[in-house]
Design a binder for this molecule. Structure first.
Ligand code: 5AD
Ligand code: SF4
Length: 497
């Protein structure tokens, strides 16, 4: 067991700047200076929710006196926050664990190696007992227990494990340590787990049942972010728009929650991820329409364009219902930008069904899409009931057709913005040049423009002059008034959409 008071409480962990990379399967690293404490190196794979979880882990560790380091070579403990959504994500993490294990065997026998998050539950026996790859396995609902488990393992030299899933845990009272934030945009986790049981998806098994965090604690965290100078929050949940806080006799829907967050400050932009079409209510669409600082952008994963496939995927809507939703959303929220997730090569997919995905894309013309090849996940309904029978080359070819079509649509969408003046929230220097800044529009498009003395967190109006399918390039025409109310971010000069 942990002996309290054996190490000093870390006073604080500085917020590091850097461009936020929200892509999947990206490693993130924690940083801080060592001063004789047990030092932890934390690396994160997977979705935004995992990034947010690592901020909670950092807070729990800090509160128990651990230090955090950017340098794995100087760490006493290496923790990998893992993703299990697709096979290649798991393989990537495994390779990383093997690298650390071999480092431990050769150079650092006392190093503790731990697996956190989505791979923990399913692979605990394999990782701990069979392969003896790691010393510590901690599931996504057991992070409060991490200091005890670490202490136990550090003191006894034994392995330690807690993969218990919870029906209540939301980490509502834990203030995340935003160690890798750009100081402008932050993630705020508002619900955990998923009850949807899409047949291809392992998340309900790795993360457990849906539960929502109390509204008051969310509003409190957002208000603190505003006070700390943040200008954008992305509220997160596996099925974020099924949020409902009904604990204190009053029920707060997701739409109501967004509305309340939007009232905190006109300078705070609000996004969310990831939503399910079944929970995209008219009430929510009206919040997008009525509140200028709720972004006119929705990530609305469709997964497939064919109704029979959607049924096999257990998505609970048909192609026609999804298209009707898109039509309704665009009618209620003029200028709404949409992105999606699409899976190519799910069980039994015929060529004709695949073409339905392409035709749905043509009908919707998404601004952006995340596209994946289906990979079977153990324990899912699909793995038990369907055959993963689309050959790998066919899956790859279908994926490349989807990607090619989406690139054309993204380019078209960006070309429509050329000539317009868009309001951009400055995130920092661009990746390619210190003389240029980058930031996002309300519709989540990345804009790069020359630095004329603007600062991070400022709203700047930029005239778009050129574009690629991924980025808008332009020139600042004025400094934003730092008030979203001054001109709606969706309001553009130039040709109507
Ligand atoms: N294979 C491929 N893609 C998957 N996703 C979820 N499970 C799988 C799987 N088994 C995709 C879905 C989801 C996104 C986060 O990952 O498109 O929306
Ligand atoms: Fe997985 Fe479906 Fe839940 Fe999304 S909604 S996390 S795809 S089960």
């Amino acid at each position: 067991m942990r002996t309290p008071g054996t190490r000093p409480i870390v006073s604080d962990i500085g917020i590091l700047s850097g461009e936020a990379d929200q892509s999947l399967d990206t490693a993130r690293q924690v940083s801080s200076e060592s001063d004789g404490r047990q030092m932890v190196y934390l690396e994160t794979y997977g979705c935004q929710m995992n990034v947010s979880d690592s901020e909670i882990v950092a807070s729990v560790l800090r509160g128990s006196g651990f230090g955090l380091t950017r340098d794995p070579d100087s760490a006493d403990v290496v923790l990998i926050n893992t993703c299990a959504i697709r096979e290649n994500a798991e393989q990537k993490v495994r390779r990383r664990l093997e690298t650390f294990r071999s480092r431990k065997q050769k150079r650092a026998p006392d190093l503790k190696l731990g697996v956190l998050g989505c791979m923990a539950e399913r692979l605990r026996e394999k990782l701990l007992d069979e392969e003896k790859l790691v010393d510590l396995v901690v599931g996504p609902d057991a992070y409060r227990d991490l200091p005890n488990l670490l202490d136990a393992s550090l003191e006894s030299g034994q392995s330690a494990v807690n993969v218990q899933l919870s029906k209540e845990e939301t980490y509502a009272d834990i203030s995340p340590v935003r160690y890798d934030s750009n100081g402008v945009s932050a993630f705020v986790s508002i619900m955990r787990g998923c009850d949807n049981m899409c047949s291809f998806c392992v998340v309900p098994f790795t993360r457990g049942r849906e539960r929502s965090r109390p509204t008051a604690s969310i509003l409190d965290e957002c208000a603190k972010l505003v006070d700390a100078g943040y200008r954008e929050v992305t509220v997160l949940g596996q099925n974020v728009n099924s949020y409902r806080d009904g604990v204190n006799g009053q029920s707060v829907s997701f739409a109501e929650l967004l509305h309340r967050i939007s009232l905190l400050s006109p300078d705070l932009r609000i996004r969310y991820s990831t939503s399910h079409p079944k929970d995209c209510s008219d009430e929510l669409l009206h919040v997008h329409r009525e509140r200028d600082n709720v972004c006119n952008f929705i990530h609305l994963p469709v997964q497939h364009g064919n109704t029979a496939m959607l049924e096999r995927m257990r998505r609970t809507y048909s192609r026609e219902e999804y298209l009707a939703l898109v039509e309704r959303a665009r009618r209620i929220v003029p200028g709404l930008a949409l992105s999606t997730d699409i899976i190519a090569g799910f069980c039994g997919e015929t060529e004709e069904e695949h073409r339905d995905t392409l035709s749905l894309m043509e009908a919707v013309r998404y601004d952006h899409a995340f596209n994946f090849i289906y990979s079977e996940r153990p324990g899912t309904y699909a793995s038990k009931k369907y055959e993963d029978d689309v050959p790998e080359e066919v899956k790859k070819r279908r994926l490349s057709e989807i990607i090619e079509l989406q690139s054309a649509h993204s380019l078209e969408s960006n070309q429509r913005d050329v000539g317009r003046v868009l309001r951009v929230l400055v995130e920092g220097p661009s990746r390619k040049s210190d003389e240029q800044l980058c930031g996002r529009t309300d519709s989540n498009k990345m804009v790069v423009f020359d630095d004329a003395g603007f600062v991070k967190g400022q709203y700047v109006d930029v005239r778009v002059e050129r574009c690629t399918s991924a980025t808008l390039l332009g020139t600042a025409v004025s400094s934003g008034a730092n008030k979203l109310e001054a001109s709606s971010p969706a309001t553009t000069v130039g040709a109507p959409q």
